[in-house]
Structures are given as structure tokens and as C-alpha cells.
Design a protein around this ligand. Structure first.
Ligand SMILES: [Zn+2]
Length: 228
């Protein structure tokens, strides 16, 4: 039996056999009947002074009610973007939504490890969080995983100059996902690069990541074809 590849965060709806993916959609985009999706309010939305927070949160809440919308994301914090205090307030409202609606979160996180960890503790959040596009040091990874936060790595694994290239082998595999995000490569290329850095094979990695996926989303996805 051929095993599935899992792409935990992508922006393309293109699918194929043996691929499970969580497609990130914009709030206004409709969700197709089949597949798995995520909706969230990206911290960059606040770069637009006319952005209507309450309206967006209402729309988000409505979208999260759909069973095929299995995660809230991207949400998070980005030190390189506007009004960090406002970003924190928006993120906290999404934490509350994630907890109330029992949907794990996919996080966009730039230079904000400490704040993410502090807010997870402050809200005593129980829902799993996945930091997507992780490109930190081994110490950053330990700090996040220590709070039960999962990490997802992408195209950076193909680039020796990135931090993740060195820190990758120190990530606890029970907390690992892989993704393509915006990259125009197949997720199997990311699996190949990951397997090479870990000194393992692709099948072992597929099993590990499938186990992680089932642990996080098993309840949501039970009985659906993808997990059989
Ligand atoms: Zn993305």
C-alpha cells in the first residue's frame, strides 16, 4: 500500500492521490465540499488601516463551524509588521475562538517565540498549535515543543544556508510536520530533503507524520476516507 504524504499548510487547492493537505483559504473564499481547510486572520491583515477586525472574526467563526475546516490559521505574530500590540490582541481573540471551537491553530510566527509561549500559558490553551514555516535554532525548537507546540518545516530544508537546515535533526519527531506553503514544489521534495537530513527514509517519515496528524486531527477526520 502506498502511504500518504501530508502537507500541513499550503495555499494551493490542487490535489492528487496519496496526498492529505490542509489548504489555507482567505476568509472570503468558499470551502469546497471535499478536503481539509483552514481559515484565520493573518497578522499582516492589520497592515491595512481599514481592516475591520470584528467583521473578520464573525466571518471566521462562521467558517470554523464547517467540519472540513479542521484548523484555525494562519494566525499569529510578526515582529516585522505593523502594530505589535494590536497583533497580540487579535491573536488572543483567535486563541479564545480556537479553544471554544476546539480547532487546532496554524501559526505564522516571526521573531515572536517568547510572546507565543507566554500567551499559550496565559490562556492555558489546550488546543494543539503548529508553528508553520519553522526556521529557528535547536533551542527555539526546544522552547516551543516544551510548551506542547508543534513545528512544521518547508522549503527551507532544501537550503543549506537556512537555520533549520542545521537545527532540523534536533526536533522531536513527535512534534514534526512538513509543508509546502507558497513554494511551487511537491511536498514529496520536502519529505526527501527531511529524510536526508534525518538520515532516515521517506516511509518512516510518512508513518511518523501520519501518526502526528492522526493525534491532532483524528477526532475531526474520523470516518473520513483520508485516514483509511
Ligand atoms: Zn502560508
Amino acid at each position: 500500500m502506498e502511504l500518504n504524504f501530508i502537507d500541513i499548510h499550503t495555499h494551493t487547492t490542487k490535489s492528487r492521490d496519496n496526498l492529505i493537505q490542509i489548504v489555507n483559504l482567505d476568509l472570503g473564499q468558499p470551502y469546497p465540499e471535499q478536503g481539509y481547510y483552514s481559515y484565520g486572520i493573518h497578522p499582516w491583515a492589520l497592515d491595512n488601516a481599514d481592516f475591520q477586525v470584528d467583521e473578520a472574526l464573525n466571518k471566521l467563526k462562521e467558517n470554523l463551524q464547517q467540519p472540513q475546516v479542521i484548523a484555525l490559521g494562519e494566525a499569529g505574530l510578526d515582529k516585522f509588521h505593523a502594530d505589535f500590540e494590536q497583533q497580540i490582541r487579535l491573536f488572543e481573540r483567535q486563541i479564545v475562538l480556537s479553544e471554544n471551537m476546539k480547532k487546532p491553530m496554524i501559526l505564522h510566527e516571526v521573531k515572536s517565540h517568547n510572546e507565543i509561549v507566554t500567551l499559550r500559558k496565559k490562556h492555558r490553551a489546550k488546543q494543539p498549535w503548529i508553528v508553520h514555516g519553522f526556521n529557528g535554532t535547536a533551542q527555539d525548537a526546544r522552547q516551543l515543543i516544551g510548551q506542547g507546540i508543534y513545528l512544521s518545516a518547508g522549503e527551507s530544508l532544501l537550503h543549506p544556508e537556512r537555520k533549520i537546515y542545521k537545527s532540523f535533526k534536533f526536533i522531536d519527531l513527535d512534534y514534526l510536520f512538513l509543508e509546502t506553503d507558497m513554494a511551487e514544489i511537491g511536498v514529496e521534495k520536502v519529505y526527501e530533503a527531511a529524510a536526508k537530513l534525518l538520515g532516515t527514509d521517506i516511509v518512516t517519515l510518512q508513518k511518523q507524520i501520519f501518526t502526528n496528524f492522526a493525534r491532532l486531527f483524528g477526532r475531526e477526520t474520523r470516518g473520513r476516507e483520508a485516514l483509511h
